[in-house]
Design a protein around this ligand. Structure first.
Ligand code: ADP
Ligand code: MG
Length: 238
């Protein structure tokens, strides 16, 4: 289950409010994309959901539980960062298995989960390699594998493909969409790239200066942008 509700959430850094009161409903199994220009608050919003930042006011519910003051590790979510953040001295197997080890899961049970994640991500032949012996796309897949083994209620991606070259980005985009089809787990995906948003999302959340300008399916936003900002950003003809 991965249902997430934000109610009147605000975030200020010092005197500066970067997220004005914001309400948002994310349904179980949805692929939701937060899109908007650099600095509009996408990462902050994701970090609030993950619990890596505290809300200034408002509440966050995850599966009907008030998660507002619950530490990140207990929210049942897994975050995939744009920098790969892999351990260079550890094998792929150990990198993927690291969260399991932290949770006290080792031995055959861990091996099974790691092997399953590797299979989904086409990393089976690379489990003994070190991150330095992998391509950028493979490294990103290891980072995703590390999230998969935790069997989260939702995956949170913060511009996971921005370090990859254009051709690889297209591939990884398809792979992440395919992963969503297979796992059917809620995914929240942050990007400033409208093509990623339009091709991957069930639901797009368009942000400007911390405000939600519009929420809707790609087709809804394309056909019926609420204002010129959304139209311009989505590439609508209006
Ligand atoms: P995006 O991910 O859309 O590029 P961010 O969420 O990173 O945007 O940033 C939104 C705004 O909040 C920016 O103006 C940024 O400078 C500010 N901001 C983000 N994190 C901090 C922080 N830790 N301290 C102060 N300001 C921050
Ligand atoms: Mg960001």
């Amino acid at each position: 289950m991965g249902r997430i509700t934000l109610k009147d959430v605000t975030k200020s850094f010092g005197e500066t409010q970067v997220i004005p009161p914001l309400n948002l409903e994310i349904n179980d199994g949805e692929f939701v994309v937060f899109v908007g220009p650099s600095g509009c608050g996408k990462s902050t919003l994701l970090r609030l959901i993950a619990g890596l930042e505290d809300v200034t006011s408002g509440s966050i519910n995850i599966n009907d539980m008030d998660a507002t003051n619950i530490p990140p590790a207990k929210r049942g979510l897994a975050m995939v960062f744009q920098s790969y953040a892999l351990y260079p001295h550890m094998s792929v197997r150990k990198n993927i298995g690291f969260p399991l080890k932290m949770a006290g899961i080792e031995g055959a049970q861990a091996t099974k989960k790691i092997d399953e994640a590797a299979k989904v991500l086409n990393l089976t032949d690379y489990l003994d390699r070190k991150p330095g012996q992998l391509s950028g796309g493979q490294r990103q897949r290891v980072a995703i594998g590390r999230a998969i083994v935790r069997e989260p209620d939702a995956f949170l991606f913060d511009e996971p493909l921005s370090n990859l070259d254009a051709a690889l980005r297209v591939n990884m985009r398809l792979e992440i969409s395919e992963l969503h089809h297979q796992l059917k787990t809620t995914m929240i995906y942050v990007t400033h790239d409208q093509v990623e948003a339009m091709t991957m999302a069930d639901k797009i959340v368009v942000l400007r200066a911390g405000n939600i300008e519009q929420v809707g399916s790609p087709i809804e936003l394309y056909k019926n942008p609420q204002n010129l900002f959304v139209a311009g950003f989505i590439g609508s003809p209006k």
